[in-house]
Design a binder for this molecule. Structure first.
Ligand SMILES: [Zn+2]
Length: 281
């Protein structure tokens, strides 16, 4: 009997029918990628205009339709649905801040239903990565807190898009999660620098951007992390992010030095534990 093949998972990818879409998936698979976490794009990227919470269902259904096509390529796909923190600016400009919050929290509630049906494995939320005024900041923290409450009820994880990670920021986020009743282990910091030890202390789970030296640095601190590209699949911004084959390429580059065992942890054990899923090749 041959030994089972190592799964290789990209923990944060986007796909857009107007981008390379399945072509990018094939590139990922050819490089050795086996599973990906498909994260919902902001509504405007998919041509959906949000005027009410239920409009998010159009976004989510589009993402699920893409996921079905990915599965036909024999690549494992897990879906994460939610809202993008930057939506708060446009929505509050059109509807006022209070209604913007209602709409985004309503979007998260809709996403929770998809999780409960088994169509998605987690929620996406966060807070703006750029400076905003205090009112918008507080409102964004409120939306993030709501995502934690919903995740706690659904027993799922939350992927966070936030400001650049700092020890203070992570500590604050872990505190909000605990107040909401969600274990910080279920909070995945997307686009994370290789801050494996600090995240470990806070309980938050880092999804490390698989750039040149980041994964090496992360491995130097331990194996409690996942890997991602944040591939955005936007033809107008080629090269603005890591390409679809980066996670498998980086993994294979590092195996001779670090061995395969650490990558079984990163690509299988960690995501299985964080999301409550099963990953097999
Ligand atoms: Zn993203």
């Amino acid at each position: 009997m041959t030994a089972p093949a190592l799964p290789i998972l990209d923990n944060h990818m986007h796909l857009n029918p107007s981008g390379r879409c399945l072509d990018a998936v094939r590139e990922f698979a050819r490089a050795g990628g086996t599973h990906l976490v498909l994260v919902s794009l902001p509504p405007w990227s998919l041509g959906v205009e949000i005027g009410a919470p239920d409009d998010y269902r159009q976004v989510f259904d589009k993402v699920l339709a893409i996921a079905r096509r990915v599965r036909e390529e024999m690549v494992g796909v897990f879906v994460v649905l939610g809202v993008h923190p930057a939506e708060i600016n446009g929505l509050s400009g059109r509807f006022g801040l209070a209604r913007a919050v209602e709409i985004m929290e309503g979007g998260l509630e809709a996403a929770r239903e998809y999780v409960e049906k088994g169509a998605a494995i987690g929620l996406k939320s966060g807070r703006p990565h750029y400076p905003v005024d205090k009112e918008v900041w507080n409102a964004s923290n409120g939306i993030m807190r709501r995502s934690f409450e919903l995740a706690k009820d659904a027993g799922c994880a939350v992927q966070l898009h936030t400001e650049s990670a700092t020890e203070e920021g992570l500590e604050e986020i872990a505190g909000i999660a605990k107040e909401a009743g969600l274990a910080p282990e279920k909070v995945v910091k997307h686009f994370a620098p290789p801050m494996v030890k600090i995240c470990g202390r806070m309980g938050i789970f880092p999804s490390v951007l698989a750039g040149q030296d980041a994964v090496k640095k992360a491995l130097g601190e331990g194996t409690r992390f996942m890997m991602e590209t944040d591939y955005i699949d936007d033809m107008k911004r080629p090269g603005s992010v890591l390409g679809p084959k980066t996670v498998p390429k980086r993994t294979k580059q590092l195996i001779p030095e670090w061995g395969e065992e650490v990558f079984w942890k990163i690509h299988k054990e960690n995501p299985e534990k964080v999301y409550g899923i099963e990953i097999n090749c």
